[in-house]
Design a protein around this ligand. Structure first.
Ligand code: PMP
Length: 302
């Protein structure tokens, strides 16, 4: 278990900088009881120009959209929250860090919308969430929630019970992570990451609609365009994914991480020979403020 805080850790809570060990929440909170909260997962990286929060505006825009989509009041500006985030990174002496803003609601046992809310932002040192080794993934018996029953595009607390049960099922079977299908049995995403597969030097990823619109997913699409690697967004059947040369997960916490296998099927392409690996390297360069490698002719699919 990661060490999220100690007695010196400072977090941001409703405009104040407070000790994590002394910050309190209400046991009658609507967020605690019903998962009625919105959150983000962001990363800061050490770069040559100092600490840099990757895509801060995009993450705080999504936090606002997530909260508002479930009628949680969101009175804050990106500017004040980004400033507060840099401030707690500095106060905690962190450069490479994971950042967790959480919007949560006060005591209310009813099922009515909140009329006020709180925000806290915490930071901690967290390595790549799914590790650095190629993943052994298992197809989940759970589907992602039906978008007609839930704000699937929002990062809302209660939604993540689906992620927890799917991830735990995979771990209990001895795998590293789960892959979930959507309610129509098309490939959706992981419990906390988007999926891409590679075939003949091209990339494919599930279209938006039944998945979280990952900021890393969008970044991968941008990087692929710069490297001249074609990307197709579409509905993907699980049998199609099984024919892939290589597969990877991507997300802020996980970054870009390749798959070794899906259940008992191993993907044939050596990770280091894949265009996916080039995306992985370019992503690392981008978040740490280095330039993308110049396009190499042999990586371009025809
Ligand atoms: N899907 C789900 C369900 C997630 O929780 C995450 C992590 N936020 C992602 C995809 C990846 O999103 P991002 O790249 O914005 O971190």
């Amino acid at each position: 278990m990661a060490n999220y805080y100690n007695e010196h850790t400072i977090l941001y809570l409703d405009g104040q900088y407070v000790k994590a060990s002394e910050a309190k929440t209400d046991l009658f909170g609507q967020s605690l009881h019903y998962g009625y909260s919105a959150f983000e997962g962001i990363r800061a990286y050490r770069t040559d120009h100092g600490t840099s929060i990757f895509k801060a505006e995009e993450h705080y825009n999504r936090l606002r959209a997530s909260a508002q989509s479930v009628h949680i009041p969101y009175p804050w500006t990106n500017e004040e929250l980004i400033e507060a985030t840099y401030h707690i990174l500095d106060k905690n002496g962190l450069e490479d860090a994971y950042i967790r803003p959480l919007v949560f609601c006060p005591a209310n046992m009813s099922l009515q919308k909140a009329t006020s809310s709180h925000i806290m932002i915490a930071v901690w040192d967290w390595g790549a969430y799914l590790g650095e080794k190629l993943l052994r993934v298992s197809l989940s018996s759970y589907q992602r929630p039906n978008p007609k029953g839930f704000m699937i595009q929002a990062k809302v607390g209660g939604h993540y019970v689906n992620s927890i049960i799917a991830c735990q099922e995979a771990k209990d079977k001895g795998y590293d992570e789960a892959l979930l299908l959507d309610m129509n049995d098309f490939v959706a995403e992981g419990p906390g990451a988007n999926v891409f597969y590679e075939k003949n030097g091209q990339l494919f990823t599930p279209a938006l609609g039944n998945i979280l619109a990952g900021i890393t997913r969008a970044t991968v699409i941008e990087i692929a365009a710069e490297l001249g690697i074609p990307v197709t967004e579409k509905q993907i059947a699980i049998d199609e994914l099984r024919q892939a040369d290589a597969v990877f997960y991507c997300g802020t916490a996980a970054e870009v991480i390749g798959w070794e296998s899906l259940d008992d099927l191993k993907f044939p392409l050596k990770w280091n020979d894949s265009v996916s690996r080039k995306i992985q390297l370019a992503y690392k360069d981008l978040v740490t403020g280095k330039k993308l490698e110049p396009q190499k002719q042999e990586t371009v699919a025809v």
